[in-house]
Design a protein around this ligand. Structure first.
Ligand code: GDP
Length: 429
């Protein structure tokens, strides 16, 4: 049985917490896209961790944690991250890395920085982890697969060719130091030795696991609105954030994915540039940011303050639809307990017409939020285990949003820890 855990919005919905929680019953957790550009924050018995590359199942000794072929693999970051958790007494996790995953090269990180510098005020707000240059090279067919680290003759030739083209850009567009293929070869030899213990034919491994009836989780990064096809292009990430891509990025059949758990946060937050219709500003935003998540809404990777907004039913309905949601996990509801009234964005007004369908980017830029004000519950709901024990206004908030987005909220998260979860049997279906 395969379950995918993905985001409905701009990322930071709490996928890490839900994955860590569901990993208890899973055998294998697979990262299938993205790279070290975003992070999951996880709070469990070992402490609080920000993971950028490792799957969120690494805190259980019974799980195998996999970096799938769809990931942008930054080898030094992976090795450092393994060290950072074992140093804090987490037992050494079982990790496998696809032999078909491609490697973030040192120059991808440089090109990311140089391009952001060149674009100045028109930049994409990249985390400068090399992700966009990495995926550009992958699809331009000049990327490096993990398997190629073990084919040194081919590697040498290819490095020479790739450096020639990169150096033209470095010299004439960016005016920066040139790449030396010899030095890069030495770096890749180091990478080979670091990664060798983990390399595996992942799709074959997963095929056998599926035949043996194992439980597999596919862990997404970011959310629907950052998908390069269906998101707010061009303010998107460079690999698909959709559950459907989980089949490709892990190397399994699409029909194996039986459950798609889409994580929605009880309010909105976003990092980076791009339209954000239900965004709020000033003191109102600052208070939600300070109280939000677990210790405030600041980027797990960059520490940047996240942009804040009210829950957006238009974006979330769309986000859930594109994921193919079977279940919604509704997170961080506890944070809203301080508000007398809670606005929710129920429509977009574009050129005088109200719609509940999420538009393409040009129209989105013109959209104004149509807000409905719901009563708050003014109570701390942490520690509550039964849905029926939530305050009535809180249940009304959940059920109003469920109705608006049209997908069943079967889990409500009321705290950052593994145990802070309320299962709802009914939901919409
Ligand atoms: P991800 O990238 O989707 O995993 O999201 P992040 O980890 O970046 O952001 C979610 C933040 O919210 C983290 O700090 C979590 O510890 C925290 N969190 C997750 N679920 C809850 C919840 O139900 N309540 C509270 N207060 N915090 C939560």
């Amino acid at each position: 049985m395969v379950k995918a855990i993905v985001g409905a919005n701009w990322g930071d919905e709490g996928k890490g917490k839900i994955t860590d929680m569901l990993a208890k019953e899973a055998d294998i957790i697979v990262r299938f896209q993205g790279g070290a550009n975003a992070g999951h924050t996880i709070v469990n018995d070992y402490g609080k961790f920000a993971l950028h590359t490792l799957p969120s199942g690494v805190f259980y000794s019974h799980t195998t944690n996999i970096i799938g072929n769809g990931v942008a693999l930054d080898i030094p970051v992976l090795i450092q991250e393994i060290k950072s958790i074992t140093e804090r007494d987490v037992p050494a996790p079982k990790i496998l890395v696809s032999d078909r995953a491609q490697i973030v090269m040192p120059y991808h990180i440089l090109f990311d920085q140089y391009e952001e510098e060149r674009l100045g005020g028109k930049s994409f707000g990249s985390t400068k982890s090399g992700i966009a240059p990495f995926y550009s090279d992958k699809f331009a067919k000049i990327g490096f697969q993990v398997s190629e680290l073990f084919e040194e003759d081919i590697l040498k030739d290819k490095l020479k060719r790739v450096c020639e083209t990169k150096n033209i850009l470095l010299q004439h567009l960016y005016h920066k130091p040139l790449l030396d293929p010899e030095e890069l070869l030495r770096t890749l030899q180091e990478y080979r030795d670091m990664i060798a213990p983990y390399v595996c034919d992942v799709s074959l491994f997963l095929d056998k696991a599926l035949k043996a009836g194992k439980n597999i989780l596919l862990e997404g990064q970011l959310g629907t609105l950052k998908d390069p096809d269906h998101g707010i292009y061009p303010m998107v990430t460079s690999s698909s954030t959709l559950a459907a891509y989980g089949a490709i990025g892990a190397g399994i059949a699409p029909y194996e994915i039986q459950k798609i758990i889409t994580v929605c946060k009880a309010y909105s937050s976003a990092v980076g540039a791009g339209a954000f219709v239900s965004e709020i500003f000033g003191e109102e935003a600052e208070e939600l940011r300070r109280r939000g998540g677990d210790g405030g809404e600041y980027g797990a990777k960059t520490g940047r303050p996240r942009r804040m907004g009210w829950f957006d039913c238009v974006a979330s309905k769309y986000g859930c639809r594109l994921q193919g949601t079977t279940d919604v996990a509704f997170t961080v509801l506890d944070v809203l307990g301080y508000l007398d009234e809670i606005p929710v964005c129920v429509g977009y007004e574009i050129d005088g017409v109200v719609t509940t369908d999420f538009p393409t980017t040009g129209k989105l830029e013109k959209a104004k939020p149509v807000l409905k004000i719901l009563p708050g519950w003014k109570e701390d709901i942490r520690g509550i285990k039964e849905y029926g024990d939530l305050p009535e206004s809180c249940r009304n908030y959940v059920e109003f949003i469920e109705e608006q987005i049209g997908y069943p909220i079967t889990m409500v998260s009321n705290g950052p820890g593994r145990e802070d979860i309320i299962y709802r049997k009914s939901g919409l279906r």
